[in-house]
Design a protein around this ligand. Structure first.
Ligand SMILES: C[S@@+](CC[C@H](N)C(=O)[O-])C[C@H]1O[C@@H](n2cnc3c(N)ncnc32)[C@H](O)[C@@H]1O
Length: 495
C-alpha cells in the first residue's frame, strides 16, 4: 500500500467507519426504528431527531453519508474523515462539509454481508423534486435486496453481476463465487462500485459496457441482474440506472434471450424486472418466447400494475412530481404505451438454467402472495422438478418420495363433526404454498417419508380406506405429478 494513495484513502475511510462503529445495528440503534422507516420513505426527519444534539463520530458520519446534512470542520476532523475531500467523497465550503456520496452500512439476514455500500445520494429526499443526473448511481433499494434473495448462494467458480450499480450484488457473490465480473454501462457506477468493493475487501473484475458485450466469449456459472427495466418513451435524456433506450421490454428480453451463450452448462440466470402485458398476447407467451434453446425457466409474476400506476411511480422517481411538465410527460408516456399496445406491466422474477433442453420448458406463475425470503432455493427447486415431467407414471410409482420438510396439516370443519370438511397442507418455506387434499391424498402424502415407493403407499392407503387400488392410483398419480412440479415432493437421493 505505501505510495498507493487510493488504497490509503480506502484504509482511512474504512478505519474511520470501524472506529465510529458505523455498522447496521449500531446505526439502527442511533437513528431508531422510526428513523430507519423514514429513510425507506426517503424522509430524514425522524432519524435526524433521534440523533438530537449528538456530535460524536457515529452521529457525524450518519449525518454526512445518510442524512445529507452539512457538518462543521471540528466534527469532521473528530470523525477522522476530513481527508476524503481529496477524493471527492466530501466537499468543503468554508468550514462546512458535505458528502458527495451515500455510504450505507449494509447487512443481510444471513449475516453473510456486514459492510458498506457506496452510491449516489437519494435525489428525492424529503419530498425535494430534484431530477437525478443521467449517471445517477442507485443505492441499496428494495429491488437490490430482492435480487439478492432470489439469487441462490451455491458455491460457483464464476459469477457475472450485470449492471452492478453500487456493487451491492458483488458483496453477496464474494461469499460463494471464486471469481466475479461486474459490468456497467455507466462509468460512475463502476467508480462507486469500486469504492464499495474496496471498502469490503471484495475483488471483482470491473468492465465497462452494455449487456453481454464486455464479457465477450467468457462463460459463467451464475448471472445475476436487476437490469434497467423501466419502459419509458424513448425521448430526451435517460436515467441510466433505469432506462436504456430500448423499446418496451426489449432490454429484459435481450438479457434473458442473450444468456444462453454466456452460461456454462448447468449455470443459471437470475433476473428481477418487469414485462409488458400487450393487447391480444398472454404475458406467459411473451415470456416463453424469450427463453433460448438449451435453457429452462421459471417465471414468477409478483405484481401487475395498470399503466397509470406504473407511470406515476416512475414519474415520481424521476423527480417530476409537482413540476410544470408533469402532465405533458404523463400523456406522452400513456401515448407511448398505447402505440405499443401495452395494457399493464407485470413485475417479478425469472430464474433460468442452462439445462440442455432442446425445447425450453417454461413455467409461468402468478404469485402475488407472501413468500419466505430468501426464496432462491425454492425457485431453483421448481427448475429442478422440471426433469420429472418426462417420467412415466410407472417410474413415478416406483420412486420413493419425501414430502417437503416442515409441512403442516390444518383441518377445518363444523365443531363436534367426526371428520373435517377441509384438510389443507401448508408450507412456511419458499413460496409458502398451501394445497387442499382429501383423505386419500392426505394419507398418501403423510406416508411419503422416504421409506416406501409411491405405489406401495397408495396400495396400503387403498386397503385402509377399503377402495380399489387401481382406482386410487388413477386418481392420485395426476395430483402427485402436480405436487412434484410444485416442489412438495422430491425423490429420495440415490446412493
Ligand atoms: C436498477 S440498477 C441495479 C444496480 C444493482 N445491480 C443493484 O442491485 O442495486 C441497473 C444498473 O444497470 C446499469 N445499466 C444500464 N444500462 C445498461 C446496459 N446497457 N448494460 C449493462 N448495464 C446497464 C445501470 O447503470 C445500473 O447500474
Amino acid at each position: 500500500m505505501p505510495g498507493n494513495p487510493r488504497a490509503e484513502s480506502v484504509e482511512l475511510l474504512r478505519a474511520a467507519l470501524v472506529r465510529a462503529d458505523y455498522f447496521a445495528d449500531p446505526v439502527l440503534e442511533a437513528i431508531t426504528v422510526e428513523g430507519q422507516r423514514g429513510l425507506t420513505r426517503n424522509h430524514t426527519f425522524a432519524a435526524s431527531r433521534a440523533l438530537g444534539s449528538r456530535d460524536d463520530p457515529l452521529a457525524t458520519i450518519i449525518r454526512l453519508f445518510i442524512l445529507q446534512e452539512e457538518q462543521p470542520l471540528e466534527a469532521v476532523i473528530r470523525a477522522g474523515v476530513v481527508d476524503l475531500v481529496n477524493w471527492g467523497l466530501l466537499t468543503r465550503s468554508g468550514d462546512m462539509f458535505r458528502a458527495g456520496v451515500d455510504i450505507r452500512p449494509y447487512s443481510d439476514e444471513t449475516a453473510w454481508v456486514d459492510g458498506w455500500v457506496v452510491s449516489d445520494h437519494a435525489a428525492t429526499l424529503n419530498t425535494r423534486n430534484v431530477p437525478p443526473s443521467p449517471d445517477h448511481v442507485l443505492g441499496v433499494s428494495a429491488a437490490s435486496v430482492s435480487l439478492s434473495q432470489i439469487t441462490p448462494r451455491r458455491q460457483v467458480e464464476s459469477a457475472l453481476d450485470l449492471g452492478t450499480g453500487s456493487g451491492i450484488q458483488c458483496l453477496h457473490l464474494s461469499h460463494h463465487a471464486l471469481s466475479i465480473v461486474a459490468t456497467d454501462v455507466n462509468k460512475r457506477a463502476l467508480d462507486l462500485a469500486q469504492w464499495t468493493c474496496d471498502l469490503n475487501d471484495v475483488r471483482p473484475q470491473f468492465r465497462l459496457g452494455s449487456l453481454y458485450e464486455p464479457v465477450g466469449d467468457e462463460k459463467f456459472d451464475l448471472i445475476t441482474t436487476n437490469p434497467p427495466f423501466v419502459m419509458s418513451p424513448v425521448v430526451g435524456e435517460r436515467l441510466t440506472y433505469r432506462e436504456t433506450g430500448y423499446s418496451s421490454d426489449e432490454f429484459m428480453r435481450a438479457v434473458v434471450s442473450g444468456a444462453g451463450d454466456p452460461l456454462n452448462p448447468g449455470g443459471s440466470l437470475h433476473v428481477l424486472g418487469n414485462w409488458a402485458h400487450v393487447r391480444g398476447e398472454p404475458w406467459q407467451e411473451r415470456l416463453r418466447s424469450w427463453v433460448p434453446v438449451g435453457c429452462d425457466a421459471f417465471v414468477v409474476q409478483r405484481e401487475v400494475l395498470d399503466v397509470c400506476e406504473y407511470i406515476e411511480i416512475w414519474l415520481a422517481d424521476a423527480g417530476l412530481n409537482g413540476t410544470d411538465s408533469y402532465l405533458e410527460k404523463y400523456q406522452q408516456w400513456l401515448d407511448y404505451f398505447d402505440t405499443l399496445g401495452v395494457e399493464a406491466v407485470g413485475m417479478g422474477w425469472i430464474a433460468m438454467v442452462k439445462s440442455g433442453s432442446a425445447i425450453p420448458r417454461v413455467t409461468c406463475l402468478d404469485w402475488p402472495h407472501a413468500v419466505a425470503q430468501p426464496v432462491a432455493d425454492d425457485l431453483m427447486a421448481h427448475l429442478d422438478a422440471m426433469q420429472y415431467e418426462s417420467w412415466s407414471d410407472e417410474r413415478v410409482l416406483d420412486t420413493t418420495w419425501i414430502l417437503a420438510p416442515g409441512t403442516t396439516q390444518e383441518t377445518m370443519g363444523a365443531p363436534g363433526a367426526a371428520d373435517p370438511s377441509h384438510i389443507v397442507l401448508r408450507r412456511q418455506d419458499g413460496l409458502k404454498r398451501a394445497v387442499e387434499v382429501d383423505t386419500g391424498l392426505g394419507g398418501v402424502l403423510g406416508a411419503c417419508d422416504g421409506d416406501l415407493p409411491l405405489g406401495a403407499i397408495i396400495a396400503a392407503v387403498a386397503e385402509v380406506l377399503d377402495v380399489s387400488a387401481p382406482a386410487l392410483v388413477a386418481e392420485i398419480v395426476p395430483q402427485v405429478r402436480d405436487l412434484i412440479a410444485t416442489t412438495w415432493l422430491t425423490p429420495v437421493p440415490q446412493r
